[in-house]
Design a protein around this ligand. Structure first.
Ligand code: 5GP
Length: 193
């Protein structure tokens, strides 16, 4: 049966483990699902590879992508630009390939306004305390930055109503399996025929 691809958007507050979840999910790839690599002006972290983890770019190049309308959505996340290459997403959806985005909440809301029949998954931490612990132990952010991210949390979870599914990330393996189950179920949805 010919069908267009489905856009899956995994999103949620910073530090909730979306990236790890997405990596876990893609470790055992699902046939017909492709991950959309974002562009960013953030500097690569150790071990990150250009073209695999992100398309790392400078501010000028990123702003030219915005000006040329090459991005489906973009957002300034903690002072760095992040954005989703538009053509990649639409080309794959047209070919019937499902596309996975892992983006922040502002970006997900923009995508929802453009592609309302996408599937939107909100990833929650087990608790605010746990989120604080995770931000501290991953050691990527200064104490002030962590305070700032935690302060955003309440505002961010108020957007849950815009999403189709909520997955609590208390165990990465289980949470990734839940996302896999969501993808499989949506592929079987009669609504999409
Ligand atoms: P990190 O710098 O830790 O890789 O990502 C920081 C945040 O940016 C995460 O919440 C991640 O989901 C989000 N992010 C990554 N790529 C994109 C994107 O293309 N668009 C938007 N809006 N957010 C993104």
């Amino acid at each position: 049966m010919n069908r267009k691809g489905i856009l899956f958007v995994v999103s949620g507050p910073s530090g909730v483990g979306k990236g790890t979840l997405r990596e876990k999910l893609m470790e055992t790839p699902l046939d017909g699902l492709i991950y959309s690599i974002s562009a960013t002006t953030r500097k690569p972290r150790s071990g990150e590879v250009d073209g695999r983890d992100y398309f790392f770019s400078d501010v000028k190049t990123f702003e030219s992508l915005i000006a040329a309308d090459e991005l489906l959505e973009w957002a300034l996340v903690y002072n760095n630009y992040y954005g989703t290459p538009k053509r990649f997403v639409f080309n794959n959806l047209e070919k019937g390939i499902d596309v996975l985005l892992e983006i922040d909440i502002q970006g997900a809301l923009k995508v929802k306004s453009l592609i309302p029949d996408g599937v939107f998954v909100f990833v929650l931490p087990p608790s605010l305390e746990e989120l604080g612990k995770r931000l501290n132990t991953r050691g990527k952010d200064s104490p002030t930055e962590i305070e700032r991210r935690l302060a955003c949390y309440e505002d961010e979870i108020s957007y849950i109503g815009n999403y189709d599914y909520v997955v609590v990330n208390d165990n990465v393996l289980e949470a990734a399996e839940k996302i896999r189950a969501i993808i499989i179920a949506e592929r079987c949805s009669a609504k999409r025929l």
